[in-house]
Design a protein around this ligand. Structure first.
Ligand SMILES: [Zn+2]
Length: 486
């Protein structure tokens, strides 16, 4: 335990000082007019001078939308979820229990009704759906059990881009000390009433905003069950998405974002976990990653960097603290189900967890209070995490599609770098971003205002490149790391 704590703290501190230094560097560069910052790996490029990649891009509509997130609504959602008593996947879901407002069946019906209510308020702009299946008995499933994922779809306004999907999720099932206990209280206020509330609140606010803001891409607001029994719900949903060929560009999994009120809590940050080597990579892909030095450039890692960019661009009230690791020790989460199906997915979790307030029977022992109760949740903090999620969803759904077939020419030995790519739907321009191989986040950016090709006086041997698409208003897509082409 002590080792885990030290390890995670040390890593957190190093990333935080990195972001602070990048922010400081950006301010210094701005103060010194537009002089190009000089360092190795950043030689002069053709065309306009490169900028620091830490420059923010803020859209006033998105900045306005995040203000609509309500801590009070989030509190109501979490208290309602807790009122169902026990939301274990193996708890009651018969008609009588649903009527009595007890068990996971009642929680499922309430979430569905909430999504339907939001949809009514936006003139039917949301499609409310369930993904229901029967899980056969397994390690934590004693008998065949119906599991339902409930979700709402805000369909993209551009027919050419509506097949692009960004998704936010939380799990609405809960547990107490015993995985097989479906009757005694399992309030699950933080784990994961908080993440469920983030998904619902993003749905409420973005469906309201959709009347004015026409997002070209589709946004899905998901709540899954079965997480505590073995990620059963998310596994089924991700497999369905893969089989049906859904083009999911990003999954934001919120699990334990309640900002537990303990003295060591840091409510100024939320951790964002992302895998390095992709779970779904084949042996051949692992060999290629090894050769290219691509260990820190999975699509999930690029998504994490994108969230850092959103965190600099919008005043969500909480900053993403990137953790370059799949998850915490001894724990897992629904983002992994999506990673296994080759989707980019990250996990948001509060900075400091209190394990007395997770997976515990509600009780007091030796003066210590156990149990995942609403009184330990900081609803303002959950709202700030929801704002960061919302700004990320809106930025991605508004941006053009990421460029495809991004190639880096390696036919000849050459100290310059030439990149090519295919045009993206909705793109008005492109940007090449790069960083030295030892830097955690993008350092420089060069605009390519026309065409789908760029030659830079920067050696591909010394840096990692990415290419992203921009629309007229400057919304940025996820960057794509080029494949070498010979
Ligand atoms: Zn959880």
């Amino acid at each position: 335990m002590a080792y885990q704590e030290n390890s995670s703290t040390a890593e957190s501190v190093s990333f935080r000082s990195f972001f602070t230094s990048v922010a400081t560097a950006a301010i210094v560069a701005l103060a010194l007019t537009s002089s190009v910052p000089v360092c190795r790996g950043q030689e002069m490029a053709e065309g306009p001078a490169p900028r620091l990649a830490a420059d923010p891009h803020t859209d006033s509509h998105i900045a306005g939308a995040i203000k609509q997130v309500s801590p009070d609504r989030i509190r109501q959602t979490i208290e309602k979820l807790v009122s169902f008593g026990n939301r274990s996947t193996i708890s009651a879901q018969d008609e009588d229990s649903i009527k009595a407002g007890k068990g996971i069946g009642a929680a499922r019906e309430w979430i569905k009704a909430e999504f339907e209510r939001y949809s009514k308020d936006c003139g039917g702009c949301l499609e409310v759906k369930t993904d229901t299946f029967t899980e056969q008995p397994g390690e934590r499933i004693p008998k065949p059990t119906e599991i339902a994922n409930v979700y709402a779809v805000l369909r993209g306004a551009d027919p050419q881009q509506a097949n692009r999907i960004v998704l936010v999720t939380g799990h609405y099932d809960s547990r107490n000390s015993d995985t097989f206990n479906g009757t005694d209280p399992a309030p699950g206020a933080n784990d994961d009433g908080s993440g469920t509330a983030v998904s619902l609140e993003c749905a409420r606010v973005l469906s309201q905003a959709a009347a004015k803001l026409k997002f070209p891409a589709t946004i899905i607001f998901l709540t899954v069950a079965g997480e505590e029994q073995g990620l059963n719900g998310s596994k089924h949903f991700a497999q369905m998405a893969k089989q049906q060929g859904w083009k999911i560009e990003a999954v934001l999994n919120n699990d334990i974002v309640g900002g537990d009120r303990n003295p060591q809590q840091d409510t100024s940050v939320v951790r964002v976990f992302s895998e390095g080597l992709p779970a779904a990579a084949s042996e051949a892909e692992i060999r290629r990653i090894r050769m290219l030095g691509g260990e820190s450039d999975s699509t999930s890692r690029e998504l994490a960097r994108y969230i850092a960019d959103v965190g600099r661009s919008y005043d969500a009230g909480v900053k993403p603290l990137l953790i370059f690791r799949l998850d915490r020790f001894l724990r897992g989460g629904d983002h992994y189900s999506f990673n296994q199906q080759v989707f980019a997915a990250v996990r948001f979790t509060e900075y400091r967890e209190d394990f007395n307030h997770q997976h515990q029977n509600v009780r007091t022992e030796n003066g210590i209070e156990y149990g995942d109760l609403p009184k330990f949740v900081d609803f303002d903090y959950v709202a700030r995490v929801a704002r960061l999620n919302l700004a990320t969803l809106a930025s991605l759904a508004w941006a053009p599609a990421p460029p495809t077939s991004v190639k880096m020419q390696t036919k000849n030995l050459d100290n310059d770098t030439t990149l090519t790519w295919e045009p993206s739907a909705g793109a008005a321009a492109y940007e090449v971003v790069w960083r030295s191989t030892s830097a955690p986040d993008w350092e420089y950016v060069q605009t390519v205002s026309s065409g789908t090709r760029a030659t830079l006086k920067v050696s591909k041997d010394n840096v990692i490149f990415g290419v992203r698409a921009l629309d007229q208003a400057g919304h940025r897509s996820l960057p794509v790391v080029p494949e070498p082409e010979r």
